[in-house]
Write a protein that binds this ligand. Structure first.
Ligand SMILES: NC(=O)c1ccc[n+]([C@@H]2O[C@H](COP(=O)([O-])OP(=O)(O)OC[C@H]3O[C@@H](n4cnc5c(N)ncnc54)[C@H](OP(=O)(O)O)[C@@H]3O)[C@@H](O)[C@H]2O)c1
Length: 268
């Protein structure tokens, strides 16, 4: 029997590439978008409406699939948004919104699918975090923190649901060439800001990295591998070599030395 897979945020980028790939392999894939009508009929899998910050929308999305399929075997919490800005200046409302999408939303999705996964005594939840969540990056602190929080939540959840036959993991991508940068919340580069020059330089660096990132299809292949494992690891990291190396360096180097590397990279 083909697994039923729910992928949030499948209208573009990594979610779309993954949904298309799994669909082509015969999985019963359901993707989501806040506004599926915008993409009418251009997807080979059903694209359901989902606003991940809205409880009613979450319940409705999950109930629609359960009604049709009777089960959800895999939840891929992929929907997410970027945010940049100097910590001193960033709008707290934008910070809250980012956490609502990147951290509280995925937790809420997990809460919605878990009762049925517990009933069937199996299930897999893959939370898409980010390599940026393994460290505090300058002018990306909120994004790093929201992904890091989701990573820690995943560790706790994983232990709590193991005895029900449910597996949880995170998959942290480095840079992949999607349009995520165009949809990011950017705190404005203020003319009189003391951070103007360094913030602008960091923005340029970030955008170059995303554009030069790996092809989204490569991440889809990694997700396929995870789904087919019988024993799933706690964390996976994928993407450019130097970005994966940074996760290891963060663990083994003294904090001050690691900070120096990051500051040199961003010319701070
Ligand atoms: N690309 C990278 O380099 C990279 C690196 C590390 C981590 N990631 C993570 O990978 C995931 C996918 O990113 P991507 O690069 O593929 O970006 P993307 O192309 O912008 O895709 C984001 C998806 O999330 C959905 N979405 C955004 N806000 C939502 C909300 N409030 N409720 C429901 N859905 C929402 C969007 O759908 P609609 O607009 O149609 O609703 C879209 O399908 C994100 O979690 C991102 O943080 C990406």
């Amino acid at each position: 029997m083909s697994k039923v897979v729910l992928i949030t945020g499948a209208s573009s980028g990594l979610g779309k590439a993954t949904a298309e790939h799994l669909n082509s392999l015969g999985y019963r894939v359901y993707g989501t978008s806040r506004d599926p009508k915008r993409y009418a009929d251009s997807f080979p899998f059903p694209l359901l409406a989902l606003e991940i910050t809205d409880e009613e929308s979450i319940q409705h999305c999950v109930a629609t699939i359960l009604e049709k399929e009777g089960r959800i075997d895999v939840l891929i919490n992929n929907a997410g948004v970027g945010i940049t800005g100097p910590m001193e200046e960033i709008d707290i409302k934008a910070v809250r919104e980012n956490f609502s999408t990147n951290c509280f939303g995925p937790l809420h999705m997990a809460q919605a699918v878990l009762p049925q996964m517990r009933d069937q005594k199996k299930g897999l939840i893959i939370n898409i975090t980010s390599i940026a969540g393994a460290m505090g990056l300058p002018f990306r602190g909120v994004y790093s923190a929201s992904k890091s929080a989701l990573s820690i939540i995943s560790e706790s959840l994983r232990m709590e649901v193991k005895s029900f036959g449910i597996q949880v993991c995170t998959l942290a991508p480095g840079d992949y060439a999607t349009d995520i940068a165009s949809r990011r919340y950017h705190a404005p580069v203020l003319e009189k800001s003391p951070y103007k020059k360094v913030y602008q330089h960091s923005l340029d660096t970030m955008n170059t990295h995303v554009d030069a990132g790996h092809a989204p299809h490569e991440l889809a292949l990694e997700i396929e591998k995870i789904i087919t494992h019988t024993k799933v690891n706690v964390h996976y990291h994928q993407g450019p070599f130097m970005q994966k190396l940074s996760v290891i360096l963060k663990r083994i180097l003294p904090a001050n030395q690691f900070e120096k590397l990051i500051m040199n990279h961003y010319k701070l």
